[in-house]
Design a protein around this ligand. Structure first.
Ligand SMILES: [Zn+2]
Ligand SMILES: [Zn+2]
Length: 261
């Protein structure tokens, strides 16, 4: 599988996952036009996309969903809670949208892909991450979560590669410009975003099983790519340290080098 993060961060998220016969998008949080532009730049193919998987209803994950789903004739796959909230948002639109509800912990098949959503901890109605398997290879997408719970960790252990949130440096958040209520929300393990140190702890536990890692959803205010990378590397996973596991940082304004799984 080829995994290319087309955008990552609070201004928009989109991951393109290409398998041997088809492809998927995880979130579509830029405009439809910009996603198609970045997809082409990444060497991807819109014609191969079989569905848009949506993690939760925040704007930075859904901005382009409607346009792309209708233009490319794709189903939108999300949990019942996310779909209900999303459909409520677009209730002014009469344009038909094809949707498929999924359930955390239950796998669904789409073309050659098996997709298993898992619950995340975030201030949305029913947020989830996705484990995506094709044949014997599996990629985990885990962003917008205040914590990686033991249940999530065990699910991610089966993955060969991960796109995982490394949102903020706790020190930068503490000393940064955000108002207190927002700092508290971001730090909240049940409703917030994953810190560099929480991400590193997760990677440390999974290091033996992973072949590639992309750090995602970095805050542009409370983090720096080099700080997130250093935290992940210091997790002590031998491969991460030695550079034998490719470790990348996904960007907001440009596509990230493709992660081959
Ligand atoms: Zn987000
Ligand atoms: Zn969110």
């Amino acid at each position: 599988m080829n995994v290319c993060v087309l955008a990552s961060g609070s201004k928009g998220n989109c991951i393109y996952i290409e398998g041997s016969t088809g492809a998927l998008l995880v979130d579509a949080g830029l405009s439809g036009r910009e996603i198609l532009r970045r997809l082409e730049a990444a060497g991807g193919s819109a014609d191969r996309i079989e569905a848009i998987l949506v993690t939760h209803e925040h704007t930075d994950h859904i901005r382009g969903v409607d346009v792309l789903a209708r233009r490319l004739g794709l189903p939108v796959v999300a949990t019942r809670g996310t779909l209900a909230e999303y459909l409520d948002h677009r209730r002014g639109s009469r344009k038909p949208l094809q949707t498929t509800a999924c359930r955390c912990g239950e796998s669904l098949s789409l073309g050659d892909f098996f997709i298993e959503p898992f619950a995340t901890s975030h201030d949305a109605i029913e947020p989830c991450g996705f484990c995506i398997r094709e044949h014997d290879l599996e990629v985990g997408c885990c962003t917008d979560t205040g914590e990686v719970s033991p249940v999530m960790l065990e699910r991610l252990r089966r993955c060969d590669a991960l796109v995982i949130e490394s949102n903020h440096c706790p020190e930068m958040l503490k000393n940064g410009p955000y108002p207190a209520f927002l700092k508290k929300r971001i730090r909240d393990v049940k409703r917030g975003h994953l810190s560099n140190s929480a991400c590193a702890a997760c990677l440390k536990s999974l290091a033996d099983d992973l072949h590639a890692v992309t750090l995602a959803h970095l805050s542009e205010v409370n983090n720096r790519p080099e700080i997130a990378l250093a935290a992940a590397a210091s997790a002590g996973g031998l491969g991460l340290f030695a550079g034998s596991i490719p470790l990348r940082v996904a960007r907001q304004h440009e596509i990230t080098e493709t992660m081959q799984v």
